[in-house]
Ligand binder design. Sequence first.
Ligand code: FES
Length: 104
Amino acid sequence: PIVTYHLPDGTATDVDVQVGQTIMDGSTRNNLPGIVAECGGSCSCATCHVHVDATSNGLFAEPAEEETELLEFLDGACDRSRLSCQLVVPDTDERIEIHVVDSR
Ligand code: FES
């Protein structure tokens, strides 16, 4: 599926991410800015924070408790906040819209 990453500088980049990979993978493998992913995807650093666009919200599974707890203590978190290493790309024809938050 095509994932559109809306980057912190206001530009957008489309990446074809394979089903089963994460939104974090699609960003870091293409060296996109904004997703730092310090812990490498083990749901402990929160530097992979993104906002899922309202149009794409239904495409992802609900956050696990671990993820919800990290998000609770994150500056700038909102009800669309997710950790992108926990967002597994589903088999869909829909374009997935992700807003990357500068997480430093
Ligand atoms: Fe560290 Fe997602 S990469 S929590």
